[in-house]
Design a protein around this ligand. Structure first.
Ligand code: NAP
Length: 211
């Protein structure tokens, strides 16, 4: 269904393997800072830089994302990348969401600053940058002074469309959470309790029994 004219929608793209409080806090910070009406979390299918076997099956990542956002009335989850199947390219994500949201919606693609720095290696970067505004969430210890170098010839043209959002340092990453779980350590208070219960019940990331 098309949005009201001039609606501002955040699109939170990520592998979310698993989703954690860092992602949720970043989305909420972006919503506030950019006056977004709502945020759509979009779990990626197979990320281009990863092998299918390296990521947790899509149904688990989708359900964890759903469980994580349920308590926030401004958050929702889209299956657009999962239903398209195969490797996820952001150019396809934005094209499909544009169809759903209509021409008058302002789209803000939110993702990690380190992901944005790789944008020249993405499929059709010029088109991607012209399809939405970008919010690059900085992580603790990560400067964005490299943005100009990373964007190369596209920097001049698109710098106004890339916004940097500094979020309070939480130091949480999906990689660290997976490592902790594999080592039998706790991830309580790094992920929402609902996600923690799902991981435990499904025995994801090598979990055996209660943590
Ligand atoms: P990634 O390389 O796994 O993540 C890069 C860094 O950014 C990680 O430190 C990650 O932290 C963080 N991050 C990822 N999503 C975030 C978010 N929404 N908010 C805050 N931090 C975030 O990146 P990815 O998750 O696979 O991809 C990120 C997005 O870029 C996805 O939507 C993906 O489809 C898109 N992408 C597109 C292309 C392409 O079109 N060719 C290529 C690469 C990525 P965590 O590990 O803690 O999440």
């Amino acid at each position: 269904m098309a949005e009201l004219k001039g609606a501002r929608v955040g699109i939170m793209g990520g592998t979310f393997d698993p989703i954690h409080y860092g992602h949720l806090a970043a989305a909420e910070a972006a919503r506030e800072a950019f006056f977004l009406d709502r945020i759509i979390f979009v779990p990626a299918g197979i990320p281009p830089h990863k092998n299918e076997k390296e990521v947790t099956p899509a149904r688990h990542r989708f359900l964890m994302t759903l469980l994580a956002v349920m308590s926030n009335p401004y958050f929702e989850v889209s299956r657009v990348d999962l239903d398209r199947g195969g490797v996820t390219y952001t150019v396809d994500t934005l094209r499909d969401l544009r169809k759903e949201l209509g021409p008058d919606t302002e789209m803000y693609f939110i993702t990690g600053a380190d992901a944005i720095l790789e944008i020249l290696s993405w499929k059709d970067p010029r088109k991607v940058l012209s399809m939405a505004e970008f919010i690059a969430v900085t992580r603790p210890g990560y400067g964005l002074d490299k943005l100009a170098a990373a964007l190369g010839p596209l920097y001049q043209e698109f710098q106004d469309r890339i916004h940097i959002l500094e979020v309070p340092p939480m130091g949480i990453s999906s990689t660290d959470i997976r490592r902790r779980l594999a080592e039998g350590r706790s991830v309580r208070y790094l992920v929402p309790e609902t996600v923690f219960t799902y991981i435990t019940n499904q025995g994801l990331y090598g979990v055996k029994g209660e943590r």
